[in-house]
Ligand binder design. Structure first.
Ligand code: PLP
Length: 439
């Protein structure tokens, strides 16, 4: 009998015994193509030689040194490389162990920043309904995923949620996508005015929405307008690139494609590519200097922050992504995969939308294509698709979402950047048989 407390207490899971590039292999030798990377974690597959070598070398140098006493070469080098390739204005890196910790750090830094600069009334966070920012209480409160929040609502601080930028669902007939983006961005301004800008601390958003609605990119101009509104009202813009960052959309940071810089940015998942648990919060010079020249101490921390093993793995991951140009594979491979998905499922009666950026793609499942009517939530569709795909040897990430009060479902794909052309067929065939079995 297992003593592991699993996510699903009534399921018996296969044992992962090995990896082979983009494949995972179970104890019976069955191979699974990792089409979702965990979700969106394993961007380099499961057997990257350079990352493995970097981990071995770090282990021989130093495995752990508490950040209250030491910095390490690995942490310094990782921070330097991240900042060199980060959006303009981001200048400091706070290393933690995952995405939720990065988002908690971001929220607390935003609050402390306003205390340091003498604006203590700024405490409200505005975020979006279609969003997920992590499972710890602060991050969970920020996210707008009703299903994930439901049980814990009494423990969550009040957050103000506005509309997501979700063109497939919300763009009006006859409304241009640009106008649509401006309209939903302007909801932010209205909310700031309602709360009083002197009370608003931050706006939080995923540039490309991941788990909650399945790789939904913003329309052109949306984030530029958001940036303008934040600037006009002195509100910090926190971008959550935990899932969509680190090359997943074709550029190291997804927000590069929206031509804006945040004040704070959270990354994780692809940062360690699964070789180590790691997340990072990047912040602007202005915010860092306010702490440095103010109290001199960020009132936050975790035992394993700046862990040298995690930093060494992550540095090697960045070297692979940037120096070995693995990121450059993402946009063209993403286009090929998207074309194959369109050709196979573009007219499928129950696929309403195929979307995303780079190798971050989503298929929205609908009961009726023309009316975009979602499937009833009690069909448990996401789990059925996941199980049938797994049986067929494909790991994908289906979820039932909540679309502004309605329930919907989607399949998220986030395969490794090292995938080759002949893996596209595995994804398409796996999805076809999963959909045939589940619908
Ligand atoms: N933010 C986003 C956008 C995520 O997708 C996730 C995880 O899925 C998180 C935060 C939380 O990250 P973690 O699971 O590493 O704590």
């Amino acid at each position: 009998m297992s003593h592991v407390f699993p996510r699903h207490t009534r399921k018996t899971l296969p044992v992962a015994r090995g990896g082979d590039g983009p494949f995972l292999i179970d104890e019976n030798g069955k191979r699974y193509f990792d089409g979702s990377g965990g979700a969106a974690v394993s961007c380099l597959g499961h057997t990257d030689a350079k990352v493995t070598a970097a981990l071995q070398a770090q282990l021989e140098q130093v495995a752990f040194a508490h950040t209250g006493f030491f910095t390490t070469d690995a942490a310094e080098a990782l921070a330097e490389k991240l900042i060199k390739h980060a959006p303009a204005g981001l200048d400091r890196v706070y290393l933690v162990s995952g995405g939720s910790e990065a988002m908690e750090s971001a929220l607390k830094l935003a609050r402390q920043y306003f205390l340091e600069i003498g604006e203590p009334s700024r405490r409200h966070v505005i975020a979006r309904r279609q969003s997920y920012h992590g499972n710890t209480l602060g991050a969970l409160a920020t996210g707008g995923n009703a299903w994930r929040r439901a049980q814990f609502d009494p423990l969550l601080v009040e957050t103000h949620h506005i509309a997501p930028c979700y063109a497939y669902r919300d763009q009006g007939d006859g409304e241009s996508s640009f106008d649509y983006g401006q309209r939903v961005a302007n909801e932010l301004e209205a909310k700031i005015q309602e709360l009083g800008h002197e009370n608003v601390m931050a706006f939080v958003a995923e540039p490309v929405v991941g788990a909650t609605s399945g790789a939904v990119p913003p329309v052109e101009g949306y984030f530029k307008r958001v940036r303008e509104i934040c600037d006009a009202h002195g509100v910090l813009l926190i971008l959550d690139e935990v899932m969509c960052g680190m090359g997943r959309t074709g550029t190291l940071f997804a927000s590069e494609q929206d031509e804006i810089s945040p004040d704070i940015c959270a990354v994780a998942k692809g940062l360690g590519a699964g070789y180590q648990p790691i997340g990072a919060m990047l912040c602007s010079t202005t915010i860092y200097n306010a702490i440095r020249d103010g109290s001199g101490f960020f009132q936050h921390g975790h035992t394993y922050m700046g862990h040298p093993m995690a930093a060494a793995a992550s540095l090697a991951v960045l070297e692979r992504l940037i120096d070995d140009k693995v990121v450059d594979r993402v946009a063209p491979m993403g286009e090929k995969l998207r074309a194959a998905l369109h050709s196979e499922f573009g007219q499928h009666a129950h696929i309403g939308d195929i979307r995303g950026r780079g190798l971050f793609l989503g298929l929205e499942l609908v009961a009726d294509r023309d009316s975009k009517t979602p499937f009833a939530p009690d069909l448990n569709l996401a789990n059925k698709v996941k199980a049938a795909a797994f049986e067929a040897g494909l790991i994908c990430y289906p979820m039932g979402g909540t679309i502004d009060g309605q329930n919907g479902a989607h399949i998220l794909l986030a395969p490794p950047f090292i995938m080759e052309d002949d893996h596209i067929g595995l994804i398409v065939d796996g999805l076809s048989s999963a959909l045939a079995a589940a619908l």
